[in-house]
Ligand binder design. Structure first.
Ligand code: UDX
Ligand code: UDX
Length: 430
């Protein structure tokens, strides 16, 4: 099939590349000339495992191309995905101006029947707005359908998630569009749920909010475990075997970040409020997440008393492992609060440091975890990269000024840490 993907960010670039790899003819459009130039040369603007190889392979085999011109993309394709960003405004409402601009431009260039797919996470009723906008600018009065097809890919495992999804959700308003979209996704052999457009839009918000709720629930339970001397890992394991609950997304830690959960949660609360419903439960999910970032700071203060002029080593900056993404990364809030208290920060992240330099000035960046530990008064784990799990802790202990580790991701065994002579504090464990 002939596909156009507008917006080559984490979502659009992965979606376009995977669809090309499935044998489709894909043209990816982005208004950022620099990004398109990089992609044409096979260089990635983002880090995502396996993506570079797949982009290069499909470009070489002439199934994948890049342009800055929406016109080119629309003319060549039958299905047009919109995956531009939908950033949050102050009050949580999603800013849909990019979606609107792109939609209007698609409409102007349509000369035959097209399917316009909303892939970006958008508030309910955006599908209708897209339809209305296309009608307004569709000068050649061509036929078209709008489809809502939310993505559920996680950064760090985005290709696997796209190629092996748990389900594919299609919000459609015509049988014609349903048939074409089913055909597009047939090779993935995943369950396909077909709904109306509004239900599909809500599925995305409800799914992300539910997962965020699981994390905040685990964090709240961790706080009780901390107080009574229980172990949240064991509690999560014990709960997780119940199929109705499931073990995933019950890991207590520094709280969730990233471009989706904080934004989608705020947007869902806003949508609910606008429809006359106060989604108190989700407001509590947000509140717990904010408190969780402060908890790590409390643990650091408890250990060092005064932070002024102390050197704190931070391991991990990205909002999760296997990505260079720093959007809403807990590390940003944590480092800024420590700096406000007068602490000096040394930090290391395997991938995210070049992006971090732009948003976190005043930080001394190390080449590895040992360089960060050297001379630091305390080491704090913020992202659970695998390489931190495999550190030579004996060496780390010798390098630290005082052997204190505050572990925001529960990656070490408390008993082992005690044996090694560390003052070790984690989340919700004895
Ligand atoms: C974004 C949203 O954040 C997410 O909610 C949604 O589900 C999908 O889109 P992501 O891919 O992570 O996710 O965004 P980002 O990495 O910011 O990429 C958006 C891309 O769109 C950028 O490359 C930007 O240059 C491009 N863009 C933006 C356009 O091509 N045209 C525009 O008018 C605006
Ligand atoms: C999420 C959704 O999982 C995905 O389906 C959607 O399409 C986009 O948003 P992503 O943000 O890439 O994906 O990563 P995810 O693995 O969900 O992690 C989000 C945040 O939650 C990270 O900061 C992570 O560290 C945190 N998290 C996750 C926890 O704190 N505990 C957990 O148990 C799981």
């Amino acid at each position: 099939m002939r596909i156009c993907v507008i917006g080559t960010g984490y979502v659009g670039l992965v979606t376009g590349t995977c669809l090309a790899d499935l044998g489709n003819q894909v043209i990816c459009v982005d208004n950022n000339q620099e990004k398109i130039n990089m992609l044409k040369k096979g260089k990635m603007p983002i880090y995502e495992p396996g993506l570079a190889e797949l982009v290069v392979k499909n470009t070489k085999e002439k199934r994948l191309e890049f342009t800055t011109k929406i016109k080119e993309g629309v003319e060549q394709s039958q299905i047009i995905f919109i995956s531009v960003n939908t950033p949050p405004k102050e009050d949580g409402e999603a800013d849909l101006s990019f979606v609107e601009t792109v939609t209007a431009e698609i409409a102007v260039h349509m000369r035959e029947y097209k399917i316009i797919v909303e892939k970006s996470t958008v508030p309910v009723e955006t599908g209708e707005k897209i339809m209305q906008t296309i009608k307004l600018y569709n000068t050649h009065k061509t036929g078209f359908d709008v489809v809502s097809n939310p993505e559920f890919l996680r950064e760090g495992s985005a290709i696997k998630d796209t190629m092996h999804p748990d389900r594919i959700v299609l919000g459609v308003s015509s049988k014609r569009a349903e048939k074409i979209m089913r055909e597009l996704y047939r090779p993935l052999k995943a369950p396909i749920i077909v709904t109306d457009i509004k239900s599909s839009e809500i599925i995305k918000h409800a799914s992300n909010s539910f997962l965020a709720m699981k994390i905040s629930f685990a964090n709240a339970v961790a706080n009780i475990c901390d107080r009574v001397g229980a172990d949240v890992e064991k509690v999560a394991e014990g709960m997780g075997y119940d199929k109705r609950i499931g073990r995933e997304f019950l890991n207590a830690g520094v709280g969730f970040g990233g471009s989706c959960f904080p934004k989608d949660l705020a947007a869902f609360i806003y949508i609910a409020k606008k429809s006359g419903y106060d989604f108190e439960l989700l407001r509590a999910v947000q509140k717990i997440n904010e408190q969780q970032k402060k908890l790590l700071l409390q643990k650091i203060e408890e250990s060092l008393w005064v932070l002024k002029n102390k050197t704190i080593g931070v391991l991990g900056l990205a909002f999760k492992p296997e990505t260079d993404d720093l959007r809403f990364a807990p590390a940003i809030d944590i480092i800024k609060s420590l700096q406000a208290e007068g602490a000096k920060i040394k930090a290391y992240d395997p991938i995210a440091m070049s992006k971090a330099r732009k948003v976190l000035p005043g930080v001394k960046y190390g080449q590895n975890a040992y360089e960060v530990a050297k001379g630091s008064d305390l080491l704090v784990i913020v992202t659970d990269w695998n390489e931190f799990k495999e550190l030579d802790l004996g060496r780390i202990k010798k390098l630290l000024k005082t052997p204190i580790i505050v572990d925001g991701r529960n990656i070490y065994d408390p008993a082992k840490m005690k044996k090694l002579g560390f003052i070790y504090k984690s989340i919700g464990r004895k």
